[in-house]
Write a protein that binds this ligand. Structure first.
Ligand SMILES: [Zn+2]
Ligand SMILES: [Zn+2]
Length: 327
C-alpha cells in the first residue's frame, strides 16, 4: 500500500459568513473517522449550488464556516480502520452526497439522496475546495485509474444528474430523447450520454453557436427556440416517425419548456403509464426550492399530470392519466 505524507495544514477556499466572500487561507487537515477516507483533491468542478450555499439561498442551513465544492476528484491518502472497500492510493471522487445513514427506509431502497441524515459535501460538511477532503467510504465515487481526474471532476455532479435523468426516464436504445437546455453544462453531458446509450438526441437551446456545439457532441437534431415558429411541431418533426420524443430531459430553469414538453412528448402506449419527462434542476434563478415545489403542484393541477420528485436534484416524471391523449 502506498504511503502518503499528509501535512498538518492545507490551503482551502473558505466561506466564513453567509453571503461570503470566499477567503483563500490555510486550515488544518482533518483526520478520517473509522468509516471515512481522506482524499487529496486534485481537481474540483464548481457548481451553481456552491453559489447558493455561499449566499444562503436555500431553507436548509449550511455549515459555517464552510468549504464548498462537491465535484472533487483525487487520490485516497488515508482511511479509517473500518474501511475495507477503498484502499489508500485509489482514485476517488467527492460527490454532493458525502454520507448517509444506510439504515433508513430511503437508504434501504437505493434512495440515499433522500436520507434524512444525509451529509452534503460543501453544504453540511466541508467539501472539495480544499486540498484534503473527508468523505464516508461507502459513498465516494470509485474512479478507475485510467480515467483522467480533470475531466472526471464535473461528472461527479453535472454528469450523474443527467445520467440519472436518462436512466430514470426509462428511455431505451433506439428511442428519442429531447434535451432542453442542451447547450449548457448539464445538457452537453446529456447529449454525450444519450449517444453512448444508443439514443436519438434532439437538442433544444438558443443560438447558432450552441447548435454547432450540440451537433458536434452528437445531437442528431437541433431546435433553436429563439428562431423557431412552432417549437412543438419542430421537435416532433425531428423524430424519425414524427410522433415526438419518448422522453424529455428538462435542464432549462424556466417554466415554459415544461408546458411545451407536455405538448410534444410521445403518447404512452398499451395503456400503461410511461415516464415521459426527465430531470429539472432546482437552480431556479435563486428561487427558494419550496416556491418551486409549490409551482410544480400547480402545474400538476393545471395539466392533469402527476409529478414525482424529491431530493437534492428533482427528477420529475409525468404520468399521463388514463384519459389523456398527448398526441
Ligand atoms: Zn452540483
Ligand atoms: Zn438513511
Amino acid at each position: 500500500m502506498p504511503q502518503f505524507e499528509i501535512p498538518e495544514q492545507q490551503w482551502a477556499q473558505v466561506v466564513e459568513k453567509k453571503g461570503g466572500p470566499v477567503v483563500f487561507k490555510q486550515i488544518p487537515v482533518q483526520k478520517p473517522g473509522p468509516d471515512e477516507v481522506l482524499i487529496n483533491v486534485k481537481y474540483s468542478g464548481v457548481c451553481h449550488t456552491d453559489l447558493h450555499a455561499m449566499k444562503g439561498d436555500w431553507p436548509l442551513a449550511t455549515k459555517m464556516p464552510l468549504v464548498g465544492g462537491h465535484e472533487g476528484a483525487g487520490v485516497v491518502v488515508a482511511k479509517g480502520e473500518l474501511v475495507t472497500e477503498v484502499e489508500v492510493g485509489d482514485h476517488a471522487g467527492i460527490k454532493w452526497l458525502n454520507g448517509s445513514c444506510l439504515a433508513c427506509s430511503f437508504c434501504m431502497q437505493a434512495d440515499e439522496p433522500l436520507c434524512p441524515h444525509a451529509l452534503l459535501s460543501g453544504y453540511t460538511v466541508d467539501g472539495s475546495f480544499q486540498q484534503y477532503a473527508i468523505a464516508k467510504a461507502a459513498h465516494v465515487a470509485k474512479i478507475p485509474k485510467g480515467c483522467d481526474l480533470e475531466t472526471t471532476a464535473p461528472v461527479l455532479c453535472a454528469g450523474i444528474t443527467v445520467y440519472k435523468g436518462l436512466k430514470e426516464s426509462g428511455v431505451r436504445p433506439g428511442q428519442c430523447v429531447a434535451i432542453v437546455g442542451a447547450g449548457g453544462g448539464l445538457g452537453s453531458m446529456a447529449i454525450q450520454y444519450a449517444n453512448a446509450m444508443g439514443l436519438h438526441a434532439i437538442a433544444i437551446d438558443g443560438g447558432e453557436e450552441k447548435g454547432k456545439n450540440c451537433r458536434e457532441l452528437g445531437a442528431q437534431a437541433y431546435v433553436d427556440f429563439t428562431t423557431t415558429k412552432d417549437l412543438v411541431a419542430d421537435v416532433k418533426a425531428a423524430t424519425p416517425d414524427g410522433l415526438g420524443p419518448h422522453a424529455v430531459i428538462l435542464l432549462a430553469v424556466s417554466e415554459k419548456p415544461f408546458h411545451q414538453a407536455v405538448d410534444y412528448v410521445r403518447s404512452h402506449q398499451d395503456g400503461r403509464p410511461q415516464q415521459i419527462a426527465g430531470s429539472l434542476r432546482l437552480d431556479g434563478g435563486g428561487q427558494d426550492c419550496r416556491q418551486i415545489c409549490r409551482r410544480y403542484q400547480q402545474i400538476e393541477e393545471e395539466t392533469g399530470y402527476m409529478l414525482r420528485g424529491g431530493g437534492v436534484v428533482f427528477f420529475i416524471f409525468f404520468f399521463p392519466d388514463e384519459t389523456t391523449n398527448l398526441s
